[in-house]
Write a new protein. Structure first.
Length: 349
């Protein structure tokens, strides 16, 4: 493992160099008290100790709305639209890196998504070891407390003025040396980074699954036909879709077309969609495969707990807790639902 030590005064110079080549985004505290990734400038204060960025980082590589085809109805021509700005996400926590790694696999399967791949190829990711843990997070029990790939650099703050920076790619190492010489880390600094990670894990253990996450697919599959369970927990669901729209691993979208008022030019675009919305599973003729809230509610937990696992061998939930914060009815907590299923099955035996 190649690693360097970067000191706080060096970072501003590095950011200036990076900003000359890329759109740089860093975590910052916004007016309403939440944290968000915003465009970096010299006046911005980076929130090194943020707990959770409320909106998902997938918006940088799978935008909420993007054009995919532009067409000319007078000339009967069409062309693909692929916008892929060069960008750097600096300060991404490991659970969010895992979510992006999962999207990378899903968007390459079957028919590869060229728009996603173009954006991903032009996106650098600099990871950051968490310091604080959101009160709704349970990523430590979802195998998402660390990652071995998916980042170009991984930063761990080992003192108020120093960072241990692990190299994940040749491009990342090149970016780290953009402002001149940087010193290689010592064994003691590597040990300091390991201890920081262990302290984070110790604090992250307050919100956890009560069982090994690998058992989730079998559990939810056995509970699929338990209508009483799903109806009871979804009876206050508003079908607003907030839980799936803030989820970093949800990737469903719908495609629309529109033309200008003269019917000369038009565009085909896609925008985020979600399985918790009533019209998501509706087809021609008005039939809806999941017409009721409880069916959509169940589908969400099946998708996170089994369907993604069947594809990739890992759960579709990383335990970030965004859905818990976003749900106005306070019923969207995967940890709570999965633990209740585990408890029910344990009591049956």
């Amino acid at each position: 493992m190649i690693a360097y030590t970067i000191y706080l005064p060096q970072i501003k110079g590095l950011l200036k160099h990076w900003a000359n080549e890329l759109n740089v985004y860093t975590p910052t505290r916004v007016d309403d008290g939440f944290y968000e990734f915003r465009p970096w400038n010299e006046q911005i204060e980076i929130a090194w100790d943020y707990d959770l960025c409320y909106t998902t980082l997938k918006r940088f590589i799978l935008p909420p709305c993007e054009d995919i085809i532009s067409f000319d109805m007078k000339r009967y021509t069409a062309r693909p639209v692929i916008e892929a700005p060069k960008q750097l996400l600096f300060g991404v926590h490991p659970y969010d890196i895992k979510a992006i790694n999962q999207l990378d696999q899903l968007m390459e399967m079957d028919s590869p998504d060229v728009n996603y791949q173009a954006r991903r190829d032009n996106t650098l990711i600099f990871g950051l070891e968490p310091v604080h843990i959101a009160d709704t997070a349970f990523w430590s029990s979802m195998d998402a407390s660390s990652v071995d790939f998916g980042y170009d650099l991984y930063w761990t703050r080992i003192s108020p003025g120093a960072f241990f920076v692990q190299v994940g790619s040749a491009r990342g190492e090149e970016m780290l040396k953009a402002d001149g010489h940087v010193e290689k880390s010592s064994v003691a600094q590597k040990e300091a980074a390991r201890r920081v990670h262990l302290k984070v894990l110790a604090r992250a253990g307050k919100q956890t699954l009560k069982y090994d996450w690998n058992k989730t697919p079998e559990m939810v599959n056995k509970f699929f036909n338990n209508q009483v369970f799903w109806r009871e927990r979804s009876k206050t669901c508003l079908s607003c879709g907030s839980c799936v729209l803030v989820c970093p691993t949800c990737y469903c979208f719908e495609i629309q077309e529109e033309a200008d008022d003269l019917l000369h030019k038009g565009r085909r675009y896609r925008q985020w969609d979600g399985c918790m919305l009533k019209g998501f599973a509706e087809i021609a003729g008005g039939h809806n495969f999941r017409d009721t809230a409880w069916e959509r509610y169940r589908h969400r937990y099946m998708r996170k707990g089994k369907y993604i696992y069947d594809k990739l061998g890992e759960l579709g939930c990383i335990g970030c807790g965004r859905c818990v914060k976003a749900c106005t009815a306070r019923i969207a907590n995967p940890m709570k639902v999965y633990n209740e299923i585990w408890e029910a099955m344990k009591n049956e035996t």
